[in-house]
Structure formats: C-alpha cells, structure tokens
Design a binder for this molecule. Structure first.
Ligand code: SIN
Length: 303
C-alpha cells in the first residue's frame, strides 16, 4: 500500500508530522542539520529573545526516572542579533520554525521582524515558559495580552504564526480563544507543567531556580486531554507536545486531533533515533489499519 506521511500545517508542507520541540537542543545550524537527517519533518529552535540571556544558575535540569524531567533553564539564548549572524546564509532541508519570546507585544514583534531576514517558514510564540516571570507565564496567562501579542506579530510578518500555550492556567480554552480571535495560524499544546523537587538530604529545592517545568511521559495524559478539547472547539491546526516517547504516543496525539507532534524530552531518552523509530511504527500502524494518509487519523478519536 502507498503510504503518505506528508502533512500540511497552516501553509507549511512537511515530509512527515514529527517536529523537534523547542528548547531541547539549543540554537545551532549544525544541530538542526543532524535532527533533519535523523528524520524530523520540521524543527523548532530554542526560544529567541531581543537580548542575550544567560539563564538560571545550575542545576537547571532534574531527571525523574520513568516520569520525565523538570527544567528551569531560564530561556538562555544569545539574543536575536547573534542568531541572525549565526544563521545567515544557512540552508536547511526541512522547515525551520523560530520560537520567540518577549515581555510585551512590541518585543515579540521586534524579534519576529528581525528574524524575517532568515526567511523563516513560521514563528512559534512562546507564551508559556512557566518559570521566567516577566516573559513567560505573565504573558501566557492573560487572555488580553495573548490577543495583543498574536495580533501584533501577525500584522508584522507574512508567515504563519503558532502560539505555544501553557497548561498552567485556569482555562486554557479561554487563552486559545484569544489567540484564535487574533488570527493565530495554529496552536501548540502544551508547554511544561509547573513543578519542583526537594533534595531530602540537603533539605532544599533541587533546581537553582527552586521550581521549573515538568515534561516527559508524566504530562502526556494532560496534554492529550488539552489537544482533544482544542480540537473540539477550534478549527486551527493543533500541534501536540508533551511526553511523546514512542509511535503509540504520537498516534494517540493524532487521534486526539493533533496534525503534528513535537518531540522534546524523548530525544534525551532515546537520542535522535527516536524520529526514525516513531516513523517506522507510524507506517506499520497505518498499514495495519488501512490508512493511506496521516490526515485520515487526525481527530479520528472523536467518536
Ligand atoms: C527554559 O528555558 O527555561 C524553558 C523554556 C520554556 O519552558 O518555555
């Protein structure tokens, strides 16, 4: 049977529906090439801001075996001007989506406008970092602010704009509604869940920042429910992220309504082979169930 794993996300054509999630591998052209060679259909960069940020003091990552990991990196990045320098004249074989953050609609829009020089295929607005007060949660938990950020970025650029939402809000559908009203081209759900760990011998929080965001297998059921609800309520494409570690996880997201899935901490557990492994499982599933296109599975869990 002829299988077609291609997917269209807003106007972005991807060879397959697997994406590298933002943040997991930094911002570096050679890494992007390695992930593309490993089979990713698209890549999202680590979040880029107007100015360089060092990030939080160590430890910034705490691994909880079999559950996932808590991170509080603090949005370290070299700043948009440095990224422009490093990425100029670079070509990639897969779509590269630039993740951006800011402390105001103007700041998001300024970063996006500068990055247009790199001919990005799309932007992902990080409206959701749970532990950097002035730029993450403060923006993403206020529906009015979300509207303003999406609206201003949309009017400043001519490529699709995705909004990555936080689960750390009372009503994520209200936040999604603001983004949709402002014209967002797609929703990415979800960023990490606020979390912390305490070292019982040292009797103090493990992370340098005290708390951070949980990702990995333990947040997948939360994310699946959110993707399911988003699919029931909105027509814009949804990208699922949170705990994708194998092909079954990816298919669960498609059935819930995601058109694509992002892989983040799964890369830490399994390395870049995870892309090939999931694609091969996806093909077998489609063959076994008589599906020819991934799109046939998207939302098929809504009965
Ligand atoms: C970080 O850099 O601290 C994580 C970014 C995020 O969760 O959005």
């Amino acid at each position: 049977m002829n299988l077609n794993l291609e997917i269209e996300l807003a106007s972005i054509r991807m060879d397959n529906p697997l994406m590298l999630a933002s943040g997991i591998l930094g911002i570096c052209p050679s890494l992007i090439r390695r992930v593309a060679a490993a089979g990713a259909g698209a890549i999202v960069t680590k979040s880029i801001g107007l100015k360089a940020r060092e990030g939080f003091p160590n430890p910034t990552v705490h691994i909880i075996k079999d559950y996932g990991l808590i991170n509080a990196m603090g949005l370290p990045n070299p700043g948009v001007d440095e990224v422009l320098e490093e990425f100029k004249d670079q070509k990639f074989s897969v779509p590269v989506i630039y993740s951006i953050y800011g402390s105001s609609p103007e700041e998001y829009s300024n970063v996006a406008k500068k990055l247009l020089k790199l001919n990005p295929v799309a932007f992902e607005l990080n409206l959701s970092c749970p532990h950097v007060r002035e730029v993450g949660q403060m923006v993403g938990q206020d529906p009015e602010m979300v509207y303003k950020v999406v609206n201003l970025v949309k009017s400043s650029v001519n490529v699709p704009v995705f909004a990555k939402l936080s689960p750390n809000v009372t009503d994520i559908l209200e936040i999604a509604c603001s983004a949709v009203k402002a014209g967002v081209d797609g929703i990415v759900a979800i960023n990490t869940v606020k979390a912390m760990a305490i070292d019982i011998d040292l009797r103090k929080p493990v992370l340098g920042n005290v708390y951070g965001g949980l990702s990995g297998p333990s947040i997948k059921p939360i994310a699946i429910k959110i993707v399911y609800d988003l699919f029931e309520n909105f027509k814009v494409p949804i990208v699922g992220v949170g705990g994708v570690s194998n092909w079954k996880d990816a298919i669960e997201y498609f059935l819930a309504g995601a058109r694509a899935v992002q892989i983040g901490s799964g890369v830490l557990w399994k390395g870049l082979n995870i892309f090939g492994e999931i694609l091969s499982g996806l093909r077998k599933y489609m063959q076994g169930h008589g599906f020819k296109r991934v799109e046939e599975i998207v939302g098929a869990g809504h009965k």
